[in-house]
Ligand binder design. Sequence first.
Ligand code: F0G
Length: 360
Amino acid sequence: MEAVATEAAMRRSGIIQRYRQWMPVTDATPVITLFEGDTPLIPAPALAAAIDSKLKIYLKYEGLNPTGSFKDRGMTMAISKAVEAGARAVICASTGNTAASAAAYSARAGIKCAVLLPAGEVALGKVSQSLMHGATVIAIDGNFDDALRLVREITDEYPIELVNSLNPYRIEGQKSGAFEICDALDGPPDFHCIPVGNAGNITAYWKGYTEYFNAGRIDRRPKMLGFQAAGSAPIVKGHPIENPETLATAIRIGNPASWKQAEAARDESGGMIDMVTDEEIVEAYKMLARLEGVFCEPASAASVAGLRKTAASGYFSEPATAVCILTGHGLKDPNRAVSCADPLVELPPDKGRILDLLGF
Ligand code: F0G
C-alpha cells in the first residue's frame, strides 16, 4: 500500500520530481513547481468512430496543467534553472500560453517577468493570466516572429533570461509528456499527432520518445504527425510566411525557431508535417467538445483535425493507436468558443416558453 501511495504522490509532485533522473537537475537546483504534468490520457471512442474505426484514439489533455497549457512542463525547468543561475528576471515572446506560464512560475519564484505579445492577437484568457501574475505585459504592433526577434536581441545584450523554447531547459521539461504517454500506455503509441507553431513541442516529444527508446524503456518510437494551420504553414510550404494568419492564434507563427528539429522529428520517425484549414480546425474543436466532452483551444484541435484529414486520405491501413496532444484548455479563448458554438437562447422567465423550447 505504501509503495502505491508513494508512487501516486510522486506523480503529483511535478515533472521534475517525477522524472528526476531524466532531467538536468542536481540537489542544488531549486525546484520551482506548480505540480504540473500528470495530465490524463483520455480514450476517445466516439471520435474514433467518427474519424476511422480502425484507430484507437487517446487525447493527452494538457489543458489540465496549472496554467492551462503544456507550457508548464517546460517552464518549471526553465524557471528552476534560471533561479539556480541567479537570474532576477526572465522574458519571452508569446502567442499567449508561454507568457501565462512564464508569468505564473516567475511569480512563484519571486522573480520579474516581461512578456512581448502580438497586439490584438492573443486570446483573452491568456492576457488575463499574464496580467494577474504581475508580469510586465507589452503588446507590440507586430506578429510573434517580430516579438521573438526582439527578445532574442534583448537577451543577447542584457542580463535577462530567455524562456522561449530556444531555451534548452524548456525542451527538457516538455519531453516529460512523451514519458507520461509511454508510462500510461505501457508502450509507445503508433502515431503521435501534434499542432506545430514555433515547433518546440514536437521537438521535445521526439526527444522524450528517443530517450525512452535509447534506454530500452520502449522498443520502437511513434510516427510523428505534426499539423500547422494552413495560413501559417512555413514548414509545409518550405519557406517562412511573412504575414501568418489563422484563427488558431496560438500557432500563428511564420518562422518557427525549431524548424530544423521539427523536420528531423518528422524524417527520423517516418511521419509527416501537414496543414489544416481554419474550417477543419473549428470542426475538430466542436467534435472534441460535443462527442467527447473535452474542451480545448482551437490550436490544440489542429492535432485532431490533422488526424481526421490524414485518415480521410486512406493513410491508416491497419488498426493503430494515435495520441492527439490537446495543448491548451478551451477556456483560454472564450470569445472563439462563443462565436463558434450555437447561440444561446434568450427567453423571459416564463415556464411555458421554456417547456416549449425543450419540446415538452
Ligand atoms: N498549442 C498551443 C495551445 C500553443 O500555445 C502553442 C504554442 C502550440 C500549440 C504550438 O507549440 O510552438 O511548441 O510548436 N504557443 C507558443 C506561445 C508559441 O507563445 O504560447 P510549439
